[in-house]
Design a protein around this ligand. Sequence first.
Ligand code: HEC
Length: 145
Amino acid sequence: MSDKNTTEKRIRKSYRFLIVICAIALIAGIIALYFGGPTEETSEIGDDPSENLESDINHSGFIEDEGVQTVINNCTTCHAAELVTQNKMTKEGWLATIRWMQESQNLWDLGDNEAIILNYLAKNYAPEDTGRRPALKDIEWYALK
Ligand code: HEC
């Protein structure tokens, strides 16, 4: 009789334990939903292809692609990656920037890495040419009277 009683007590105890665990899980779930909500919303907006690129950005702040390590090694010693990534230039533009840094900011000769860096930058940080209206052509200018 007393044996049966203690088993029943144990079962009831474990049920209570289960209920408490469930309640904690539920609360944790609600908290996670509440705080996790905004990030899920922003990722839904990412239909724009340029937004999707963000997911390829690695911990260094650079887009993950061939040559990224060479760029990290040579371009983050003096300034933050953001100074590079906030720019969008053609290959000529990037070369001019590198030459400018070499002439005035003590940037070293990049040697064989220069081509790797230029290819990487021109590919991943090119001027945006999508989602914009085409350039105006054949405009008939007229003199203001
Ligand atoms: C030896 C130091 C040094 C290294 C290495 C270096 N930079 Fe710079 N860079 C500078 C300095 C100094 C500035 C000017 C910072 C400022 O204006 O606050 C600068 C500015 C820039 C700018 C902004 C230019 C502008 O017109 O505002 C870009 C883009 C840039 N660097 C790209 C690069 C890239 C790409 C590399 C790798 C090839 C690189 N940097 C490596 C020193 C360096």
